[in-house]
Each structure stands twice: as C-alpha cells, then as structure tokens.
Design a protein around this ligand. Structure first.
Ligand code: ZN
Length: 318
C-alpha cells in the first residue's frame, strides 16, 4: 500500500467529528469557563469516549463522584489542526453491458460508458476522455489536456484543497495529459492512455510554467499540499519529481508537526526505492503523475477490439 486509503481518512474524520461533538457536549455541561479567556481544560480521551452512550461501560467506567480524577488534565498540545482534506471524489462506474450492446453504445452513446483507458500509458489510447479546462486555480499550459474522468477530477480536487487551505494561492499550470483519443503525444514516451499528467510546481514568485524549481523560488508548502492531496486522493500510482525538488519538499515535511507528516515513506531512500514519489530526469520544471484508474482500464479491456473498429484503425493497440 502506498497511499492512505480514503476510507480510512473518512473514518478518522468521522471519529474526530464524533469526539468533537462529545467534547462540546461535555463542556456545555461543565461549569462555564469558555468566556473568561482561559482555555477550557482538555478532556481526556477516556472521558470523551466514556461520554458516548453505549460505550461507557466497555471503555471507561466512570469514577464515583467523590473520587477525584486520577489523571490530571494534560497540557493542550500546541498543534494547529490540520486543514481538512477534500472529500474523495466519486466517479460513476457502471457495469459495462454485454459485447453486442457495448458496440452499439460505444458507437451511438459513448457518454453512457464513461472513460476507458486502452492499452498501456506508453502504447495506448483513450476513449470517452474528459478535458481539463482553465478554471479557478488551474491554467492549461497548452498542449493536450484529455484524461480519464477520474484523472481530471483528481487534479481538480487537489487544486481545490490547496486553494482552500492556502487562501491567496496563485493558479497552477498543468501541461500535457493526453490527446482526445490518446495515442502518441510528442515528445513524451507515455501520456498515451489518459493516465499521465504533467503538473507545475507552485512558486513563491508568480504562476509560471516550466521554470526550474529551486530553494529560492519553490513554494514548498503549497507544492507539498498539492502532492499530498493527490496521494491521499487514492488514485495515484507514481509521481516523478527531480531529486533536487524532492529534497526541498522533504525539508518542508520535516518542519511539519508530526501528525501532518505522511504515515508511510513516500520519498525514496537508499534502502527503499519503490516509493510513490520517484526521481526522474527532467522533472525539476514540473512533476509527472501516473494515475491509477482500474475502472477505466477494465473498460479499456472490454473496448480493446471495439474502439479501433469504430475509429477505422488497422490494428488494435496492445
Ligand atoms: Zn510527463
């Protein structure tokens, strides 16, 4: 596993929300000190959980009223709450119909099928792709911006998170993704099946495309927030970042409170190379994300013979 499963994040958020509600309720019941300027005494987790109906007897039997609490309230940790992640995106996935019906739909009503990624990123094509448009926070750097729907929504989601968590963010440039029908896209080796995207870094100066990122100009906080959001979205297979930029991001990560650092090794080290983030030459000016979209790939398998027929190709992509 390379990424935080969105479901786990969701559960964590739900648990956190439940605990917060309980804390709020406990504080309402306690003598009020919310308005005197002093911070309310932290509530221990036993109390939080113990206050939940139904779990009190299991987790934390309440002490008798005349016995003082054995555990002194701990100091409130001076850790700012992490900006909440964007909700995971949901892309409609429909069960593809039987072969005969599939051909008819692909020909007459392709939008009913959704996106399909055919072949491989280095020898493939795209069907039913979605185009990334200039929008709030995103500037296309020219080239071709078609990808599977999941890929496009994943990019938009991560940019949305950065803009919400870092108000005043400049726009982010996004370069090539794929052609509308995928296939060879000069000068790339991959970018053929709608699963690869070239994404710019955030800079301290202004939004710019294809500028070498350095310690002087890289906005490491925003760039890390973007990369982290992509990873936490759960749809990323690999991210290629030049090792010089990785070091700048790692230095930023090391400066974060412990709870905000990634739980797993996402950067490569001498002992671990098969990490989510990897070095590849040519990625100091932008980074390359290889997305994972199993539904689009599965549909691509089903359409492997159909799409070339529809497009009049002589040979099916492998
Ligand atoms: Zn690329």
């Amino acid at each position: 596993m390379r990424s935080v499963p969105p479901r786990a994040l969701g559960s964590a958020i739900v648990i956190f929300a439940a605990a917060s509600i309980v804390v709020a309720a406990a504080q309402r019941g306690a003598p009020s000190r919310a308005n005197d300027g002093a911070p309310a005494a932290p509530v221990t987790s036993a109390l939080r959980l113990g206050a939940l109906p139904g779990v009190a007897s299991v987790l934390a039997p309440a002490p008798p009223n005349d016995v003082p609490a054995a555990v002194a309230p701990a100091e409130a940790p001076d850790v700012p709450a992490r900006c909440a992640p964007e909700p995971a995106i949901e892309v409609r996935v429909s069960e593809p119909p039987p072969a005969a019906e599939l051909f008819r739909l692909a020909k007459e009503k392709p939008e009913a099928l959704g996106s399909a990624s055919l072949g491989s990123p280095t020898r493939g094509s795209l069907f039913g792709g979605v185009e990334l448009k200039d929008s709030e926070g995103i500037l296309r750097a020219g080239g071709y911006g078609w990808g599977t729907e999941l890929v496009i929504r994943s990019i938009e989601r991560a940019v949305r998170e950065v803009r919400r968590c870092f108000p005043g963010s400049p726009s982010l440039y996004v370069g090539d993704i794929a052609r509308e029908r995928g296939g060879w896209l000069k000068p790339h080796r991959s970018h053929q099946s709608g699963l690869d995207a070239d994404i710019g870094y955030y800079y301290k100066t202004q939004a710019t495309w294809y500028q070498r990122a350095t310690a002087q100009n890289l906005d490491a906080a925003r760039t890390w927030a973007l990369v982290r959001s992509l990873i936490e979205g759960g749809n990323v297979e690999m991210i290629f970042i030049d090792v010089s930029v990785q070091r700048l991001l790692q230095a930023h990560v090391a400066s974060l409170p412990e709870g905000e650092r990634p739980a797993e090794d996402v950067f490569p080290s001498p002992t671990k190379r098969d990490t989510l983030i990897r070095h590849a030459w040519g990625h100091a000016t932008h980074f390359h994300v290889r997305f994972r979209d199993p539904a689009a790939v599965a549909l691509g398998h089903r359409l492997a013979d159909i799409v070339p027929r529809l497009r009049g190709a002589r040979r099916a992509p492998r």
